[in-house]
Design a binder for this molecule. Structure first.
Ligand code: PGA
Length: 261
């Protein structure tokens, strides 16, 4: 039996607080019958409070898109794990390629953030993935291995077991160009092997591995049917309740079809 799928919506820098309220209300209405998928929405910081209130009476979980690695302090403009917990977050996306590319985040900082998130009982969704040039030069496995080793590979066993990993090839993000299910599966099984080699098979099997990069309703099913793909991190298609709900339904259908082991 496949794991319960996890579908997370990364709203990026879209939606004011009032727009976020409207979106989450329609997502709630469109997904209220779904029980077999873990649904997470990650609005911008300024909308977390209002969205959190609306999620109090449903199964949808709240996540943030980033946080700083210190619990508090003189870090102008940053947001701490305790602030995220206080507003009702359970998840936090860390090391997204846009953070790496535009805000110069490196694996060392991401590792610190992951450790802090875990210390404060947030579930980190840690993103890894290669650029187009790296894939074309066939270094994508090495790139992802380095990202894994540096940002996750020094965690204790108990800690890594609580992490979610998202494989997001940079060339597939927001481009409409998805990795084929086979390309994604190949990398997912490679990541699972890296985890198993470092932490043992039990943890390797258990950690949820999400795929991200132009996930849409019509490609969800074929991705989710792959044995090592346990869910999706969805950007653009999570900004419309209809497409986000369809993705969630497709993930549930893939699970029900029992295609997963
Ligand atoms: P996309 O974004 O679905 O718009 O490609 C995915 C992501 O950046 O998490």
């Amino acid at each position: 039996m496949k794991k319960k799928p996890l579908i997370a919506g990364n709203w990026k820098m879209y939606k004011t607080a009032s727009e976020a309220v409207a979106l989450v209300q329609t997502i709630k209405a469109a997904t209220h019958t779904i029980s077999d998928v873990t649904i997470v929405v990650c609005p911008p910081f300024t909308a977390l409070g209002k969205v959190s209130e609306l999620l109090a009476d449903c199964r949808i979980e709240l996540g943030a898109q980033n946080m700083y690695s210190a619990p508090e302090g003189a870090f102008t403009g940053e947001i701490s794990p305790t602030m995220l917990k206080d507003v009702g977050c359970r998840y936090v996306i860390l090391g997204h390629s846009e953070r790496r590319q535009y805000f110069r985040e490196d694996d060392i900082l991401i590792h610190e953030k992951v450790k802090t998130a875990l210390k404060y009982s947030l579930v980190p969704i840690v993103c890894v993935g290669e650029t187009l040039a790296e894939r074309e030069s066939r270094t994508h496995f090495d790139v992802v291995k380095t990202q894994f080793d540096e940002s996750l590979g020094r965690l204790e066993k108990d800690d890594i077991a609580k992490v979610v990993i998202a494989y997001e090839p940079v060339w597939a993000i927001g481009t409409g160009k998805t990795a084929t299910p086979d390309q994604a599966e190949q990398m997912h099984s490679y990541i699972r092997r890296l985890i198993s080699e470092r932490y043992g098979q039990e943890i390797g099997t258990k950690i949820p591995l999400l795929y991200g990069g132009s996930v849409k309703p019509d490609n969800t099913r074929s991705l989710m049917e792959k044995p090592n793909i346990d869910g999706a991190l969805v950007g653009g298609a999570s900004l419309k309740a209809e497409s986000f709900a369809q993705i969630i339904q497709e993930a549930q259908a893939a699970r029900e079809a029992g295609v997963k082991s």
